[in-house]
Ligand binder design. Structure first.
Ligand code: SOE
Length: 389
């Protein structure tokens, strides 16, 4: 870090990306775009991509413009020319890679969820805090402009006291019993690789947003179900027990006194990635839907009675009214899913320049992991469980 280019205006941040699946693509796209749209003191350089399969990594490097290829992440961490490591591997390797990367003094960006469970997450937090390396977890939905606007409205006190938080993340891609578990993409169905099912994969997004918007959670009570109990494993070729939760619903009490419901499943026929939340306050309510991500629904009880109703705010205005939007096109022209990653990199690079941590840090993501652990524990014990602080 610290090499200067463009006549000394921007510092290079040399990235080593580990894993080249769906998230490797989303992050690479963000690194490539960020300096085209944001004025920053740092410029990410796609220095190396690492995957076990050399041909796969080489094809990825050629497509995205990575300078070099590694097949062993330990070798990547030994390279002095790598400033930051981006972990896009299945969940079971987040902890070993992140802990080794912290020891090697690398900046770390880690795909969500932070870890397989909270105990593992704690060791990762200790490692980055002991090494004092900048760190961040990719909970990208916070940086959808409409979601960031929701945060600002809540901070301004426009909702008043919050009574209810309601979130769902619904998909339908695992309904077929013929779908195997394990291997590329399908590691999400393999408990040994993922740690949990929809709780860590989908509800973790809902929980991260909820903790950010509504503060910490006190306790939860949950139920989970595994609808398809056995699936062929891609790697072993054998039919094996399925250990993940296919669906999870839980109730929660927040420390601010509000009550919440959360639901997630991969068995909601017709829904592909329906992440929605609604927040009801004393003075106003807010609702958001990922399938219509640039809109924020807002109901203000303070409006004149005869005009009172739900507004649908198209979050595309310039001039600072709508977060991030003055960096893109002209008012009215919307952006999409991939831009949330560009925003997250932009904020991270700005934080590096200012020497400030950028949320969600590993410690912030550990709070989400603590909720996931309490949810899964409650599903086993059939009791209300306290969320660890
Ligand atoms: C699962 O299908 C998945 O890709 C998650 O892993 C992502 O985190 C989520 O944003 C979309 O759905």
């Amino acid at each position: 870090m610290g090499r200067r280019n463009l006549k000394g205006i921007m510092k290079e941040l040399r990235i080593g990306l580990i894993g080249c699946g769906f998230m490797g693509r989303a992050h690479s796209n963000a690194y490539r775009k960020v300096n085209q749209f944001f004025d920053l003191k740092y410029r990410p350089v796609l220095a190396a991509v690492c995957a076990r399969n050399h041909d796969h990594a080489a094809a990825f490097a050629a497509r995205w413009g990575y300078e070099s290829v590694e097949t062993d992440w330990k070798q990547l961490l030994r390279r002095p020319d790598i400033d930051a490591v981006d972990i896009c591997t299945p969940n079971q390797s987040h902890a070993p890679i992140a802990i080794a990367a912290a020891r090697a003094g690398k900046i770390i960006l880690c795909e969500k969820p932070l870890a397989m469970n909270a105990a593992q997450g704690r060791t990762m937090v200790q490692a980055v805090e002991r090494a004092r390396v900048p760190n961040m977890v990719w909970y990208n939905y916070r940086r959808v402009p409409a979601v960031t606007l929701a945060k600002r409205l809540i901070e301004e006190g426009r909702l008043g006291k919050i009574f209810h938080y309601r979130a769902k993340f619904l998909q339908d891609w695992t309904i077929s019993p013929d779908l195997p578990q394990g291997g590329a993409g399908l590691w999400r169905l393999d408990v040994k690789a993922a740690g949990s099912g929809v709780t860590g994969d989908l509800l973790a997004h809902c929980i991260d947003t909820a903790l950010w918007l509504n503060g910490s959670m006190d306790s939860v009570t949950a139920m989970t179900e595994t609808f398809i109990k056995r699936r062929k494993h891609t790697l072993s070729g054998k039919v094996e027990k399925v250990g993940i939760d296919d669906a999870c619903a839980f109730l929660a009490r927040f420390r601010n006194g509000s009550l919440a419901t959360f639901e997630s499943t991969r068995y909601a026929r017709g829904h592909k990635a329906l992440y929605t939340f609604e927040i009801n306050g004393e003075k106003a309510s807010i609702a958001w839907d990922l399938h219509d991500l640039h809109r924020l629904a807002y109901f203000d009880h303070g409006d004149e009675g005869r005009l009172r109703g739900w507004r649908s705010i198209h979050v595309t205005d310039h001039g600072g009214e709508h977060p991030y939007m003055d960096k893109w096109w002209v008012p009215g022209l919307q952006i999409g899913y991939e831009h949330s990653f560009v925003h997250q990199v932009a904020d991270f690079l700005a934080g590096l320049a200012d020497g400030k941590p950028v949320s969600p840090t590993f410690r912030d993501a550990l709070a989400t992991q603590n909720v996931c652990d309490a949810v899964l524990k409650s599903a086993r014990t059939h009791r209300w469980e306290k969320v660890a602080r």
